[in-house]
Structure formats: C-alpha cells, structure tokens
Design a protein around this ligand. Structure first.
Ligand SMILES: Nc1ncnc2c1ncn2[C@@H]1O[C@H](COP(=O)(O)OP(=O)(O)O)[C@@H](O)[C@H]1O
Ligand SMILES: [Mg+2]
Length: 259
C-alpha cells in the first residue's frame, strides 16, 4: 500500500475540553490508485487528510506513505484545498512555482515543467496573468499545477471543487483525471458529492461521524479514461444510490440529516 493508516485516531485538546475528531481509521491506498473519502461535515475528513499530509499528528495509530512513517510534511506530497490561495500580486506562473521557491529548489529547472503543466490544463496563455484575471475554475486549475510542480507521488485534495458551479466542477473533474492519468500519481480526494466521488475514483470510502471510522469501501469498476456519459448509465446511478444509503446511515450516526 502506498498510503496506509492503521487505527489512526485524533483527539484535539482545546483548553480544558477535548474533541475526539477521529476514533479509529484503517485505510490503504495502492500506488496509482484514486480513492475518495465521503462523509458528513465534521466527521474528521480534513483531519485525516492533514494527518496523511504530515500537517497534523495522529494521537493514536500509525500512518505510512511510500513505506515511511509520516511524521512531518514531505516533499513527495502535493496538496489542494477548496480555496486556491493564489498570491494576488504574483503571476500565475510565479504562483505555480511558489512551492519550488519554498523548497529552495532552482526555479529555472522547474520553469518549463510549470509552463507544461499550465498548458496541460488549458492555461498556456495565462502564465503571465494575475489571478484576478482568471475565473474560479481557472484558478483551481492553476492550483492543480502548483500542487504537481515539484513532482509529488501523492496528491491530497480536500473538497477542491466544492466552491465551483456545477458545470465548472464537471470540467474540473475531467481536467483532474487527465492530470492524474498523465502523471501517474496516487490520489486521495475528500468530497461531499457522491457523483463526483463515483466519477473520479477507483474506490470510495465512507466515513461516519463522530467520532469517526470508515463504514464502507466500495470499488468503482468503470473503465478509464472516463467520459461524462458514464454518469447516465444505470450502473453509475446504482452505485450512487448504494453510497447514498451508506451516507444516510453516516448522517444519522452524526445526528444530522442528509441535505
Ligand atoms: N484544530 C481543531 N481544534 C479542535 N477541534 C477541531 C480542530 N479541527 C477540527 N476539529 C473538530 O474535529 C472534528 C472533525 O473536523 P474536520 O476534520 O474538519 O471534519 P470534516 O472535514 O469531515 O468536516 C469536528 O468536530 C471539528 O470541530
Ligand atoms: Mg473538511
């Protein structure tokens, strides 16, 4: 397994109280696999992703990435959030190269890679533009390039497209899959959207709430590369229905309703 979480638990100690964000999570992601994590708000998805990224520490259990214990942020991992957080005063190209600057690697060595990545997501003509000249979807495309510029082997994504409109989100899903296929990376993707998880993934894991564990692990059998038309097939909708039932259980366990 490329990513392995074994009985991972997390308790946040805040002042005098403690919040158990994750009870015990076991999960594995194979090399090259695309795995999504679905679950109600507050069930600990972001916490788990931060632990896998080495940006939070687990209070119990163990995490390994590429066979090495995950105990600090590492350069073999790329990460994306809902907010692309581009620096407004820097060009798109400079934003994409920002991790290289932070890692103190030579900028000229990575410049052509950054430009290639931008071309791959259709932003070839926008390298010198400022972020304010780009739409929300285009900014998130730039964020994909920034997450991949240092050639990570693992891409972690925390609801990266949740703030986008439905059509842009569909386009982003296609763009993301193209990049994932081309760069042969391992992906762990957090989302609220059942259809998005099914469309993107090799496997969908359902987390329940609070404190959370994983209650379902569903294989998504569709061939790749995938086209949007699979969303209209009975098989796709049956999988979404089965997952919706599981999530319903998770929401009831979390004491909230499905929206
Ligand atoms: N830094 C923190 N300090 C204290 N509690 C936190 C912190 N981050 C998250 N939590 C709590 O942990 C639980 C899981 O949060 P989170 O991982 O953000 O869930 P999700 O991403 O599934 O919505 C929630 O109850 C949340 O309030
Ligand atoms: Mg979250």
């Amino acid at each position: 397994m490329y990513v392995r979480c074994a009985r991972v638990g997390k308790v946040y100690a805040t002042g005098r109280s403690a919040v158990q964000a994750i009870k015990s999570v076991d999960l594995g992601v194979r090399e090259g696999e695309f795995v999504s994590l679905l679950g109600p708000s507050g069930c600990g998805k972001s916490t788990l992703l931060m632990i896998v990224a080495g940006l939070e520490t687990a209070t119990s259990g163990a995490v390994t990435v590429a066979g090495r214990p995950m105990d600090e942020p590492r350069t073999d991992i790329g990460i994306m959030f809902q907010d692309p957080t581009l620096l407004p005063w820097r060009s798109i190209l400079e934003n994409v190269l920002f991790p290289i600057r932070m890692m103190r690697r030579p900028i000229p060595t990575y410049r052509s890679r950054a430009l290639e990545l931008l071309a791959e997501v259709g932003l070839g003509d926008f390298a010198e533009h400022r972020p304010r000249h780009l739409s929300g979807g285009m900014r998130q495309r730039a964020a994909i390039c920034r997450a991949l510029v240092h050639e990570p082997r693992l891409l972690l994504m925390d609801e990266p497209f949740s703030a986008l409109d439905a059509i842009t989100r569909d386009e982003m899903n296609i763009a993301l899959l193209r990049m994932w296929e081309r760069h042969k990376i391992t992906a762990l993707f957090v989302t609220h959207s059942i259809r998005e998880a099914v469309f993107l993934s090799d496997r969908v894991l359902v987390m329940n709430g609070r404190p959370s564990t994983i209650i379902a692990d569903v294989r998504i059998p569709f061939a790749r590369p995938r086209e949007f038309a699979i969303g209209d097939t009975p098989e796709f909708n049956a999988l979404c229905g089965a997952l919706r039932d599981k999530i319903g259980e998770a929401y009831r366990a979390a004491g909230t309703e499905v929206h």
